[in-house]
Design a protein around this ligand. Structure first.
Ligand code: SAM
Length: 239
């Protein structure tokens, strides 16, 4: 079926709704918030679907058929894009996540789709990808408590621990290097405006041209706006 450039196909829409309907929100409660899991998901489920689908439409316009996408830290918010790539444009997706309970809940909800989340470090992914998705990972306050406040411009010079910050920066740079090393050129990176600098730094160090798209897209859970970065060629297409 020839898909629309401005909408997801009815099949994708149906699958996205089905998967969001099947998710075990009780199991997901403690993964995303410590209290009030039910209320949290009642409020966030709709925005995840709606905003995620908007990004999925934008991504569909940028990706070719039949390539491979590496998703780092993919969770509930990524479902529309993962489903769109898999069922609508025939791509292979490899989503990685280090939260065991979330991976189990996602895989159980996705049993009717050829989509499997991996409980593993994305740096261990094998082969080449032409799309890297890394959204709200490099600035995650849970994993990088000393680096994250700087990313958000909220650091406190009185409490900053330079040694712990430096250790976290090394981990972030290594993860970026592992993932960017697997990206074909030209390639596409989907990330957030807060994380662009890490990708840009890698490109500068490796003398790889890149262009950050002008448009950004709001996200439902973390709230960091998503943007696209074209890697490896001076791409003139907007946004
Ligand atoms: C703040 S959450 C963001 C989740 C989702 N991308 C979103 O925007 O709602 C960060 C996620 O990145 C995952 N993560 C961090 N480092 C990772 C790595 N090296 N490989 C795979 N997942 C990773 C964590 O397990 C967590 O699920």
């Amino acid at each position: 079926m020839k898909g629309s450039r401005t909408k997801l196909t009815p099949v994708t829409r149906r699958l996205v709704t089905e998967v969001y309907g099947r998710l075990d929100y009780e199991a997901l409660g403690p993964v995303y918030c410590y209290e009030g899991g039910d209320e949290f998901w009642q409020a966030k489920r709709g925005p995840c679907d709606r905003l995620g689908s908007r990004v999925a439409v934008a991504l569909k316009r940028k990706l070719g058929r039949g390539g491979r996408s590496l998703y780092v830290g993919a969770g509930v918010a990524e479902l529309p894009t993962l489903i769109m790539e898999t069922v609508e444009i025939g791509r292979t997706v490899e989503p990685y996540n280090l939260r065991r309970a979330e991976v189990a809940a996602l895989n159980s909800a996705c049993h009717s789709i050829p989509l499997t989340f991996r409980f593993a470090d994305a740096a261990s992914a094998k082969g080449r990808f032409d799309h890297l998705w890394i959204v709200s990972v490099l600035n995650d306050p849970e994993r990088f408590p000393h680096l994250s406040p700087l990313s958000y411009g909220q650091s406190n010079p009185l409490t900053l621990d330079p040694l712990k910050f430096e250790k976290e920066r090394r981990i972030v740079r290594a993860l970026v290097a592992h993932c960017m090393g697997k990206l074909a050129r030209p390639g596409l990176v989907t990330t957030t405006t807060e994380e662009v600098l890490w990708i840009a730094e890698w490109c500068h160090r490796h003398r790889v041209p890149y262009r950050v798209g002008k448009r950004s897209y709001p996200t439902a859970l973390v709230g960091d706006p998503i943007c696209f970065i074209h890697i490896g060629r001076a791409d003139k297409r907007a946004g």
